[in-house]
Design a protein around this ligand. Sequence first.
Ligand SMILES: Cc1cc2nc3c(=O)[nH]c(=O)nc-3n(C[C@H](O)[C@H](O)[C@H](O)COP(=O)(O)OP(=O)(O)OC[C@H]3O[C@@H](n4cnc5c(N)ncnc54)[C@H](O)[C@@H]3O)c2cc1C
Length: 364
Amino acid sequence: MKFILNLSKAWEKRIKRNEILAPYTYFRIGGPADYFVTVKSSKELKEVILSAEAAKVPWFILGGGSNILVGDFGFRGLVIKNDAESANVEGKELTAESGIKMSKLAAFSIKNGLAGLEVFMSVPGTLGGAVFNNSHFRPEKNEFIGNLVKEAEVLLMNGENRRLPSAARISSTGAEPESTPVRSVASRPACRQVLDWHREIVNRDWFRFGYDYSRLHDETGVVLNVRFRLKKSDPEKLKARSLELLKQRNSRQPIGQLSCGCMFKNPDGMSAGQLIDDAGMKGKRVGGAVVSDKHANFIVNTGGAKAEEVLKLMDWVKRAVKTKSGIDLEPEIFRVGEFSKGDPNDPNQHPNVPNREFELFGCH
Ligand SMILES: Cc1cc2nc3c(=O)[nH]c(=O)nc-3n(C[C@H](O)[C@H](O)[C@H](O)COP(=O)(O)OP(=O)(O)OC[C@H]3O[C@@H](n4cnc5c(N)ncnc54)[C@H](O)[C@@H]3O)c2cc1C
């Protein structure tokens, strides 16, 4: 794939070719991106996205890589790794760029005696990824990142170019294969003009936060900065609380192993992990991918696992749970890139890959 990004000369050295994506993911799985660039500020993030849009290059925002499964054949286009991570505090308000790691954000808020974010100390990934999916720590205690957001600066496409509702999207891309158990929200706008983007300050309500959901699942948009309104508290108490929660988490999850966290969403009032355990799937293996013995909703890469093996194991888990308890598990992770060779128009593409359908349907 060839394209010209309208960026200054200084960027040329920073754009890598055929960069293997596995090391940038918690799973350590995934083939090469045609092009790869790391941005260090939200200004750079915006600049690169607009250039990619102008060049009609498919792009993907990569945060910490803790909630994605990248295909074995990589990504055709430009992957933008978001390392924009400045943060500041004014009174009870904390503002941060979206590439900041959640652990760093939590530590920063603790240091400044601000309560709320300390529970996210052990949640991997970046702030942008957390807002995208409304990260939670203990959902039963209503600990969702979205609850703390006051407003955010986002980069959005203008209204008429936004994604189609999901039903329309599925019918326009063709049905998703039944055997593919990875989230089906994936799509880009069926047709749009390029460069119709704008920056907007939006409030919490705009995101329509839900369980593992924000409006960004349905509209192509990028979080640049987030402002939180927090409560004053004693830094020592906050630190003690966050360490206690960290300890609890470490005792329950296969920490230190390569995984993407929970693979399936908890169905209403039930634990996906318990359902998987009840279906006798703990320890089941496909190649290098294994259902964790410690937490059945985790699949771990025990060494050299392929994305294809993870998908097969997820499919197996899904079928076993359906047979045992009649429940359809829904994937919590997102799938990015190519999962089979020479199939660049995979309809299960990820929602944050805007330009693909543009090319696919040729609606220029
Ligand atoms: C061991 C482990 C434990 C976990 N525990 C939890 C948990 O307790 N609670 C929980 O909620 N999750 C948990 N997760 C899942 C994961 O940490 C979260 O979903 C996290 O918020 C993903 O952030 P990320 O930066 O890694 O996103 P990535 O995996 O890099 O990307 C995920 C999605 O977010 C999008 N995205 C990233 N940045 C932006 C941005 N700036 N603007 C718009 N979209 C963006 C990406 O394009 C992609 O679509 C866990 C994962 C692991 C590996």
